[in-house]
Design a protein around this ligand. Structure first.
Ligand code: AMP
Ligand code: MG
Length: 486
């Protein structure tokens, strides 16, 4: 274990120079106070979790103090927002403080979000409010606990600094960890400004540091692109299988590492709804739940465009063509597991589609359905679920197919239960749970955020005294409107 002042820095990205990022110092927020910290994220830096409760910690992660070796920089990028190209975005309120490597030799970017204005702030104040900081923290750590690749969150530090959104709020900072903060949009920036030398330098940097195995391939850029397609297919399959809506899949929010990145008005589905739109500002539903799949592919085509100086169009097209079949394969595999199946049959795709069709419009809690389906015996589990379906006969038809399928799959009932419970979470980061924790935190009480974080860090295990977190949301809790303002 290390103390906070023992972190070892190696700022590789900063060494790329001023074409890629600009030196900016964080602007501190007043009266910093720890809201919540993640012990498992701290462990990634070999930090003692107890140090989160020190004054130094709050000062380091609110811009008051800086390590001597830190080199805070705002990264430049552009990107497609809701399908339209925005030539200049960049870190308008987040800073890459530096890169730390741990005892295992892994590099982690320390990114402080809400650190004040930068040359790319445009009209923004460079701040993040407590509400959105807590949401990003909880989402990162909850997705990680579900086994979904994501940036991590080390801490949220709150303050008394006022910030104006729709109303007056308080500023906070999240310390985000990722192996890299390079986005699709980082490449688009150099491509569309015709800075192809810098574009090449950035690609070679990503190859060397994040996809070194691709350097052994005859066409390293192509190998890397292909792997990014594969990683995104798997990532989005996981989002779909677990009912996660990102909400703002702009290309500046797409990580070059294929991890969930930049959390805005995200949501986990409560009731299943393929057309669900979690972002109140997304009137057209571009990023609706089911659209995330084609949008993932669209974003990859935007990256292909930016890399077209280095890879042939034919090879890019062929690689992009892998996205949908790979997505389908991962999705089927995950859904089979959620249904407790250990074997694969041709008709499983149909079985899954039919289930979702029956859920649609029936107000079926998506994640709890699978959790309850894992109870034994299967007849009893189905009997307790059927009442909730609008078209009970249609559900019964599906249930017969499912029972027959489970019988063909074979195996022992107790094992099936354990297997299903290990992949079907009991606790999910529902918007209303986050909102209750945020309301308390805005009143200065951080217990609820900390408890919710704790519950979500082992989502598959039933935890004593936490039954309230596993319930269906109240009606008000299903209709929260989450805007982009953060
Ligand atoms: P986001 O919606 O957080 O992905 O941000 C989109 C772009 O807007 C990025 O370039 C951000 O840095 C910038 N941005 C968002 N909020 C602010 C803010 N409060 N102040 C300055 N820039 C911001
Ligand atoms: Mg963003």
């Amino acid at each position: 274990m290390k103390s906070l002042d023992e972190l070892t820095f190696d700022n590789r990205f900063a060494r790329l120079g001023d074409a890629f990022s600009t030196e900016v110092l964080p602007q501190p927020i007043e009266n910093p106070q720890l809201v919540v910290a993640s012990p498992s994220a701290m462990a990634l830096l070999d930090l003692d979790p107890a140090s989160a409760h020190t004054q130094v910690f709050a000062e380091l992660f609110s811009g008051h103090k800086l390590w001597n070796e830190a080199e805070p920089r705002a990264m430049v990028y552009s990107g497609h927002q809701f399908g339209s190209y925005n030539p200049r975005l960049g870190d308008g309120r987040g800073l890459l403080l530096g890169e730390v490597y741990n005892d295992a030799g892994e590099h982690w970017d320390l990114h402080l979000k809400g650190a004040g204005q930068t040359p790319w702030s445009r009209m923004g104040d460079g701040r993040a409010v407590l509400r959105s900081s807590i949401r990003e923290f909880l989402a990162s750590e909850a997705l990680h606990a579900l086994g979904i690749p994501t940036s991590r969150a080390l801490s949220v530090v709150g303050s008394t600094t006022p910030v104006w959104r729709e109303k007056q709020e308080r500023a906070a900072m999240v310390l985000r960890l990722a192996h890299s903060h390079i986005r699709f949009g980082s490449f688009e920036y150099f491509y569309y400004t015709r800075q192809h030398d810098e574009l090449k330098i950035l690609g070679e940097y990503v190859l060397a540091n994040h996809y070194p195995h691709c350097l052994e391939q005859p066409e390293p850029w192509l190998a890397m692109y292909r792997e990014i397609v594969e990683r995104n297919a798997e990532l989005i399959a996981k989002w779909q299988a677990y009912g996660f809506c990102h909400g703002v899949m702009n290309t500046d929010n797409m990580s070059i590492l294929g991890i969930t990145f930049d959390f805005g008005p995200f949501a986990f589905l409560d009731d299943f709804d393929a057309q669900f739109i979690c972002n109140h500002s997304d009137g057209q539903g571009r990023y609706s739940f089911s659209n995330q799949v084609p949008i993932g592919q669209w974003n990859l085509s935007a990256l292909a465009q930016a890399w077209s100086p280095f890879i042939s169009v034919e090879a890019l097209r062929e690689s992009l063509g892998l996205f949908l079949p790979l997505y389908q394969a991962h999705y089927l595999d995950l859904m089979r597991r959620r249904l407790g199946l250990t074997t694969a049959e041709e008709a499983d795709k149909e079985l899954i589609e039919q289930l979702l069709q029956r859920m649609q419009g029936s107000k079926i809690d998506y994640n709890l359905f699978f959790r309850h389906l894992g109870e034994q015996p299967v007849d009893q589990a189905l009997a307790s679920l059927r009442e909730d379906f609008l078209d009970i006969r249609a559900f019964d038809g599906w249930a017969d197919l499912y029972k027959a399928r489970v019988a063909r799959d074979g195996g022992n009932a107790e094992e099936r239960r354990a297997r299903m419970h290990a992949v079907n979470p009991l606790y999910v980061l529902r918007n209303y749970l986050a909102q209750k924790a945020i309301d308390a935190a805005e009143d200065g009480n951080y217990e609820e955020v900390r408890r919710l974080h704790q519950v979500l860090s082992t989502p598959f295990e039933e935890q004593p005294g936490m039954a309230a977190y596993a319930e269906r949301p109240p009606e008000w809790g299903k209709h929260l409107e989450i805007s982009c303002s953060s």
